[in-house]
Design a protein around this ligand. Sequence first.
Ligand SMILES: Cc1cc2nc3c(=O)[nH]c(=O)nc-3n(C[C@H](O)[C@H](O)[C@H](O)COP(=O)(O)OP(=O)(O)OC[C@H]3O[C@@H](n4cnc5c(N)ncnc54)[C@H](O)[C@@H]3O)c2cc1C
Length: 389
Amino acid sequence: MGHKEAEQPVMHADVIIVGGGIAGLATALDLARGGMAVTLVEAGVPGAQASSANAGSLHAQIPHDPFRTLGADWARRFQPAIRLFIASIGLWQRLEADLGADLDIRFGGGLLVAVNEAEMAEIETKAAIEREAGLGVDLIGRKALRDLAPYLSERAVGGAFAGIEGKANPLLVAPAYAAAARAAGVTIISGAGPASIAADGGTYVVAAGNQRWRAPRIVIAAGSESGRLAAQLGTPLAIDAVAIQVSVTEPAAPLVPHLVYCASQKLTLKQAKNGSLLIGGGWDARLDEQGRPQVDPANLAANLKVALDMVPALGSLNLVRSWAAFVNGTDDWLPIIGPLPDHPDAHVCFVPWMGFTGGPAAARLTADRILGRPPFFDLPPDSFAPKRP
Ligand SMILES: Cc1cc2nc3c(=O)[nH]c(=O)nc-3n(C[C@H](O)[C@H](O)[C@H](O)COP(=O)(O)OP(=O)(O)OC[C@H]3O[C@@H](n4cnc5c(N)ncnc54)[C@H](O)[C@@H]3O)c2cc1C
């Protein structure tokens, strides 16, 4: 028996999930609630990578920076992602009740701010594409903007307001998902070290260190490492680990009820429940000699300048912390969700750049597919299917 097991490890679950960020944990929960036996293998601490290091924005609009560089045709190709973000925010609206936890979620709406008429014209073009995808966006002029957001600089001439956007506290979300997944019967293996995957006789073997797990299905939910894992099954996916940074101020009196963006420079700005303001927007961090992300002081200063230009009252606040982490990026910003070519039972669950927002929906779509249910929102088949480069 022992000899046979060494050659042919026992089946450990109906599904093994590799990676325990928001994508993996949410998929594990949905599959367990759908009746499957799930094992999740996490290299380190569940949720400790991008899923807790992020800035907590819940986005639905097309990010303005890639819109400017990639253009309107790209923005139309991005429309299915907008639908996914809208559907995900629908899940976020019920998430505190669903997980039985306070996640500091608030939907104050997202405000993209222009400081000149050329930016306002860009915003109008972008808003039209967003509306085609079903997102409610209001264009607002100078006077209405001042009434809505008196904390903004006098330089603001107008903007776009997407009422469904908001924020959550990333430090609370992954642990709440992990607790709910465990309660639903998921086995979470933490600290396994980086796992590798291999197809073996119609099943999949996941190996980490001297441990092995086997199941008829797997889900790759390893964030920025997902491309490398997919390559082990013959489909390298063009996924990068990009080091970016975020900062947080000391707590202040209520000032900014919205998620604020700026059309001319990268910025996300929001106020947490405790009063701290989170300042980000995807500014690059640098890497140390060991390849670990470190805050880049020049980009920190540039990020803070944009924030101050938009919201002058920030000038009286101390910054208490800046940090850097790897985000899972792709060039086209599109989610990758579905089975790998030639591997109908090896699924990828991946949302780049804004995967905190999109994680719950990507997970639900993955679970729907594995459980044989129709997608939980209206989506053309194979919208985000993994493809060979
Ligand atoms: C600084 C920063 C700010 C951001 N701000 C926002 C924001 O405001 N809003 C938003 O929507 N998104 C934001 N993002 C992006 C978002 O955080 C990520 O897209 C999202 O968390 C990805 O979730 P994930 O579960 O796919 O990946 P991760 O959270 O990275 O989880 C992947 C997990 O897989 C594990 N893993 C990797 N390889 C292996 C392996 N071989 N074996 C076993 N385990 C493995 C890792 O240890 C990790 O725990 C930000 C990201 C960063 C870094």
